[in-house]
Design a protein around this ligand. Structure first.
Ligand code: C5P
Length: 237
């Protein structure tokens, strides 16, 4: 389970990042870097975290024209990001360009290809929010599965999706397609702004390959203990 829990280091405080990553490496392999942590660490953060024993998920959710995303992904692969995501709604051509450029960069640097993920729909959006924000009559789950299949067709390794859609995506995309799920809340944590949520045990039971947890760990009084409790819950699943 150590390899399947990703901790979101959602802070721009360098000391916090240093302390959290140094402490959590005892029990957690993957950390996730968003704009906040990236603004502090820069690309130096990849080798620095790798040297500590972490793998790094760069969560910048690229969403731009194919040429720009291809260059973004190429640069980040060269600097050593181990997992990178792009918005699946950027389209098939954009995702294919991202895949090709990530593979080219890995080949040039003689490093493993990064795991490339498509973001389907943010876990903070529920059915009503989806209809309001996207003006769509389509069911939210249908949209998520549609985007997951598009990501698969483009050659991406998997998707980021809510735990509530794991089983449907699994059925549509098969066992070799990675499903990474944020929106995880143990019973003892607050839900904050997350809407489509479940517990760590339930996400694993439903078939998530990785779960992403931020605030329940990084804002806990004892982050190491919180991570340990979540790992125990994952084992139950
Ligand atoms: O603090 P919390 O556990 O809610 O953190 C979840 C993390 O996963 C955040 O960094 C958030 O940006 C990210 N995320 C998400 N929903 C997605 C994609 C990423 O919550 N669809």
């Amino acid at each position: 389970m150590r390899d399947r829990l990703i901790v979101a280091l959602d802070t721009d405080d360098g000391e916090d990042i240093d302390w959290l990553s140094g402490t959590l490496v005892e029990v957690v392999r993957w950390v996730k870097i968003g704009f906040q942590a990236f603004s502090t660490l820069g690309t130096e953060g990849f080798p620095w975290l790798n040297a500590r024993g972490h793998k790094v998920f760069l969560d910048l959710k690229f969403h731009d024209i194919p040429n720009t995303v291809a260059r973004d992904v190429n640069t980040m692969t060269k600097h050593g990001a181990n997992m990178i995501n792009v918005h699946a709604s950027g389209g098939l051509e954009m995702m294919q360009a991202a895949r090709d450029s990530a593979d080219d960069a890995a080949y040039e640097e003689n490093i493993p290809r990064p795991i490339l993920l498509g973001v389907t729909l943010l876990t903070s959006i529920d059915e009503t929010g989806f209809q309001q924000n996207f003006g769509s009559e389509r069911q939210l789950t249908k949209q998520v599965v549609y985007l997951a299949q598009l990501a698969q067709e483009a050659g991406l390794d998997g998707v980021v999706a809510s735990p509530l859609e794991i089983e449907t995506i699994r059925k549509a995309c098969g066992d070799n397609f990675l499903i990474v799920t944020p929106g995880i809340r143990p019973k003892w944590a607050e839900s904050n702004d997350q809407r489509r949520i479940t517990t760590p045990a339930e996400a694993i039971r439903r078939g998530a390959d990785y779960i992403v947890v931020g605030r329940p760990i990084i804002e806990a009084e004892d982050p190491l203990e919180a991570a340990g409790m979540i790992l125990d819950e994952m084992r139950e699943g």
